[in-house]
Design a protein around this ligand. Structure first.
Ligand code: GLN
Length: 385
């Protein structure tokens, strides 16, 4: 370590290690059932693995085009048209990126500078506020209303100032498992109509919406699509979180600026993975059947904890189930999450970490993207508490 004459000036003085890393590490140390960090404990489809091998063996191992390989961008455009009735030009309006986190970070970096305000909803996925702050922007938080995590759009309206440059939305929502209704998006569309505010819409769980509801992509709403970066991730859709590949769709002017930043950061995204995904996307069932696949897991987990003293909150999308524990303990959720892992062998995410100040209600988030065997073991432990 060199001796710096001045202490290092942190750009993120209040930030520690993400809760996902902390809890997954603790779960591994204690050999606990890991229902904390959101990733499947089962493998992706053998066809997808075979496709990756095929393209690696075909020698497609050099830099792909900066915006992503053409067949993948075309497949993404076709999906957006078929599902959301939206037109995105694959040449200028779609960019493949190394994961949704990167896509969100790049969209924020593209537009946000010192003093710009960005409206976020609290609880907020943990990467949003640091990405705003590292660019000198100011996060402005609007609270989701407990227990249904709905939005008071009047509060959003009140939060808008002449400095508001961006609003970040996330439906289906992590960590609350709530989803936006069409009415939510219509209200947002109307509110932004005469402004220059840009939307970053985190839709990584777009294919995981339950109970027959439809995913409300901003791409369905022309007044929103024209001012939005839509971000998604193949990690969630195809059970390949470790492949770290996602995409961003935006109107041409916004995307041109986005690519200026992207080309000097990652520059490109893993080539053979993109070819494999492009071919695999031809099988539409793989994403169209995902909601039913995860709904079954949600219901299996809920049945498993039905006899416990935990009280489920609605899970309308994502692969998370939130459970209240008022009847079990008055500990902080951060303390309980650690104790559950160490003493009882099951790890969860304390939802308060997604707030600046811990809220009064007590909730733990459980990931059900797991085999039934894992879910049954986890639920059995929870029933003993
Ligand atoms: N999004 C995943 C979750 O919510 C984790 C991603 C990560 O570890 N950064 O659990």
């Amino acid at each position: 370590m060199p001796k710096f004459s001045n202490p290092i000036k942190s750009k993120l003085p209040h930030v520690g290690t993400t809760i996902f890393t902390v809890m997954s590490r603790l779960a591994a140390e204690h050999n606990a059932i890991n229902l904390s960090q959101g990733f499947p404990d089962f493998d992706c489809a053998p066809e997808l693995r075979a496709l990756l091998t095929k393209y690696v063996n075909a020698g497609l191992n050099q830099y792909p085009p900066m915006a992503g390989v053409a067949p993948l961008r075309e497949a993404i455009a076709e999906k957006a048209a078929a599902l959301y009735g939206a037109t995105y030009d694959p040449e200028h309006e779609i960019t493949v990126v190394p994961g949704a986190t990167y896509g969100i970070f790049t969209a924020i970096t593209t537009l946000i500078g010192p003093g710009d305000e960005v409206i976020l909803f609290e609880p907020a996925y943990d990467s949003y506020a640091p990405a705003v702050e590292v660019n000198g922007g100011i996060p402005i938080f609007v609270q989701l209303r407990f227990p249904d995590y709905s939005i008071d759009w009047q509060e959003v309206q009140n939060a808008i100032t002449p400095k508001t440059r961006m609003i970040i939305i996330n439906t289906p929502n992590n960590p609350t498992a709530s989803v936006f209704s069409a009415e939510d998006l219509r209200l947002l569309e109307g509110m932004l109509r005469d402004t220059d505010i840009v939307v970053v819409s985190d839709e990584v769980y777009e294919h995981i919406v339950f109970d027959g509801h439809k995913h409300q992509s901003v791409a369905r709403f022309p007044g929103l699509a024209e001012r939005s970066f839509v971000v998604s991730s193949f990690g969630k859709t195809y059970h390949v979180t470790g492949w770290k590949t996602g995409y961003v769709m935006a109107p041409r002017e916004l995307m041109a600026e986005f690519r200026k930043v992207h080309q000097f950061n990652a520059f490109v995204t893993n080539a053979p993975v993109q070819y494999a995904l492009a071919e695999y996307m031809k099988n539409r069932d793989a994403y169209l059947e995902l909601a039913a696949f995860y709904q079954k897991k949600r219901d299996f987990f809920l049945a498993g904890v039905a006899a416990s003293r935990f009280k489920p909150l609605p899970s309308r999308g994502t692969f998370f189930q939130n459970l209240r524990y008022d009847a079990i303990s008055d500990e902080q959720d951060t303390d309980l999450a650690i104790r559950l892992t160490r003493e009882h062998g099951v790890a969860a995410i304390p939802v308060s970490v997604f707030y600046r100040k811990p809220p009064a209600h007590k909730v733990l988030r459980f990931c059900f993207a797991k085999s039934e065997e894992t879910l049954a073991k986890g639920a059995e432990i929870l029933c003993r508490l």
